[in-house]
Design a protein around this ligand. Structure first.
Ligand SMILES: [Zn+2]
Length: 267
């Protein structure tokens, strides 16, 4: 009995001596979407034992690095490799247009010049909506995480995902975690995050194949059209891949109201 007591005593005194780093950290704006309620929108105390980079610390608290544009430690900007010191005071910002941080070190890679996306398997409906308003989105309902990351890196596509884990992978540079589960809200999130409102081009891309549609004259396809459609419409598009014909009829009014609501949305 006595021996066991001594071992336990030594063990506990060892734990007590283990140095804990204490830091304060605050996440700003939409980064709070990843933070438990108790710590949202405020500076909070965080304690840890191991030596850690600021990137690993931020991700251990739930925020993927792709969401972060700026980190200030004790009021100075640092990069993701910064090693945390005891007592550090850390502020973490997403893309934040109005903040005057011209001297600061921005962490997000430059925006991809041509917005292109690869979507995870949960985002089939969003994919169709984004294609409908002209955006290039690769999607397959059986893509796995490795394929998505590979496509993102090789084809310079931003990852759209409902799984924040994929955005925490070190090799991922561009990505966005969808907050909403509603497709129209998701479309607005993407337009807002990637600043795409002025790049909407409705009816320019096939919703099924992601191919750009081609104008086709009525004369060439008149034999393929139902009589009523031929009578009512003069403007037609064809997908070069699936050969499907599109005209501003069937679903046009539903789509138009969605497109209008997106365009009218205050960004
Ligand atoms: Zn098609």
């Amino acid at each position: 009995m006595r021996n066991i007591y001594i071992i336990n005593k030594t063990y506990f005194s060892g734990l007590n001596k283990m140095h804990k780093n204490k830091i304060h950290i605050r996440f700003y704006e939409e980064l709070n979407d990843f933070i438990p309620k108790v710590n949202k929108k405020k500076r909070f105390l965080h304690q840890f034992i191991d030596r850690t980079s600021v990137k690993d610390l931020i991700e251990s608290l739930g925020v993927p690095h792709t969401e972060v544009d700026l980190i200030l430690v004790n009021s100075k900007s640092v990069d993701f490799n910064y090693i945390i010191n005891d007592g550090d005071d850390i502020s973490v910002y997403p893309v934040f247009e109005s903040l005057d941080i011209s001297d600061a070190q921005h962490l997000r890679p430059k925006p991809l010049r041509k917005p292109k996306f690869v979507a995870d398997v949960q985002l089939g409906r969003l994919t169709k909506y984004l294609r409908m308003i002209g955006f290039d989105v690769l999607y397959k309902n059986n893509f796995n995480d490795d394929e998505i990351v590979w496509i993102s890196l090789n084809d310079k596509r931003a990852i759209l995902t409902k799984d924040r884990g994929i955005l925490k992978r070190n090799d991922v540079t561009h990505g966005y975690w969808l907050r909403s589960t509603k497709v129209k809200e998701q479309a607005i999130e993407v337009l807002k995050r990637f600043d795409l409102k002025n790049q909407i081009k409705e009816f320019s891309r096939c919703m099924e194949c992601n191919q750009l549609l081609q104008n086709v004259s009525k004369e060439k396809i008149i034999n393929e059209l139902p009589t009523k459609v031929a009578y009512l419409h003069n403007e037609f598009y064809r997908c070069p891949s699936c050969k499907k014909l599109f005209w501003k009829g069937t679903h046009y009014h539903n789509m138009l109201s969605f497109i209008q609501s997106v365009k009218n949305f205050e960004f």
